[in-house]
Ligand binder design. Structure first.
Ligand SMILES: C[S@@+](CC[C@H](N)C(=O)[O-])C[C@H]1O[C@@H](n2cnc3c(N)ncnc32)[C@H](O)[C@@H]1O
Length: 311
């Protein structure tokens, strides 16, 4: 039921591999506790519903609910909606995207964090099928107007403002805001054209490691500060000593993707290995390679010499 992007080796992804069946594909971004997702799946058992949610606690709650209710036509991705859209959804394959009560980010300086922006609508048009749509329901009028303007700027959608469907008013946040007496806003954005810029999946690599000549250092001290890597930043959070060498707990943040992973510096039969540990099966992206390169530079500074570079 949980989608691991690392296990999806092919592009475009095969929806049948993910769901074990064919059907109209629907993406819900920010499903929260999953009660709407479960209701939608039960109302449309032939729909294939992919949910994306950044909160781990919410993913767990929704996962338990879907298990409890024996629902088989939902797959959950723990991470950013745009990442799921870009990497898990084949071009022109989506019937519908549902966004219920997205975080409004009301402060001007936070507006760039909003999901429904011009760039998102443009990219979405490459994943929606003909006549595919996005349904937005919110209690936040200013964000609602913002989303309408952003979509209209692309000229890729027909936008209709309507009353929200009943089911969209039974989400956790809908009930909360009903109690508070708030008004609801709803719009349907139907794709009428496609952005000419394709949106290829994130670039991935099979390996990121180097072999070095020299002695394994007695101590490995890495500064806990952001290092600029291609497309993002990496931080070495903590170093732990293992039997064979060191493990470096590393955080890599790239567009729509945040990964925690382990790097290793250890003795191998061919010298000192510095690279990504298999633990957690991280995606080897440009940012992860950048983190390994930064680690290798530190080791060079300590006197080791690179003999093979696969970073
Ligand atoms: C205000 S809550 C609404 C939850 C649910 N849709 C409801 O109506 O009860 C917004 C949800 O979106 C999630 N979220 C915010 N940004 C996201 C993103 N970029 N991708 C996926 N989920 C996101 C948050 O973690 C949160 O659970």
């Amino acid at each position: 039921m949980l989608v691991r992007p690392a296990s999806l080796a092919t592009w475009p992804p095969r929806i049948h591999d993910l769901f074990g069946q064919e059907g109209p594909l629907v993406l819900e971004v920010g499903f929260g506790d999953g009660r709407f997702t479960a209701e939608l799946a039960q109302a449309h058992p032939h729909w294939l519903i992919l949910g994306a949610e950044v909160s781990a606690a919410s993913v767990l709650r929704a996962y338990r609910r879907l298990r409890r209710e024996g629902i088989g036509n939902v797959r959950l991705y723990h991470g950013q909606g745009p990442f799921a859209l870009r990497n898990l959804v084949p071009p022109r394959s989506l019937r519908r995207v549902i966004v219920n009560f997205p975080d409004p980010w009301p402060k001007k300086r936070h507006q760039k964090k909003r999901l429904l922006q011009e760039g998102f609508f443009r990219r979405l048009s490459t994943r929606l099928g003909e006549g595919g749509d996005l349904l937005l329901t919110t209690d936040h009028e200013e964000y609602f107007r913002f989303a309408l303007e952003e979509a209209e700027r692309t000229r890729l959608y027909r936008v209709e403002v309507k009353d929200p469907p009943e089911a969209h008013l039974r989400t956790k946040y809908a009930l909360k805001w009903q109690e508070a007496g708030r008004t609801f806003f709803h719009a349907v954005f139907t794709k009428v054209a496609e952005d000419p810029m394709p949106w290829p999946p994130i670039r991935r690599y099979p390996v990121a490691h180097a072999l070095l000549k020299g002695n394994l250092p007695e101590k490995l001290v890495l500064v806990k500060a952001p290092v600029v890597v291609p497309g993002g930043v990496a931080v070495f959070l903590e170093v732990a000593r293992g039997e064979e060498g060191f493990y470096v707990l590393t955080h890599v943040e790239e567009e729509d993707l945040t990964q925690g992973l382990l790097l290793e510096v250890r003795k191998s039969t061919k010298g000192i290995y510095a690279g990504v540990s298999r633990f957690g099966s991280p995606l080897i992206t440009d940012g992860v390679r950048g983190a390994v390169q930064a680690l290798v530079r530190e080791l060079e500074r300590m006197g080791l010499e690179v003999v093979q570079d696969h970073t």
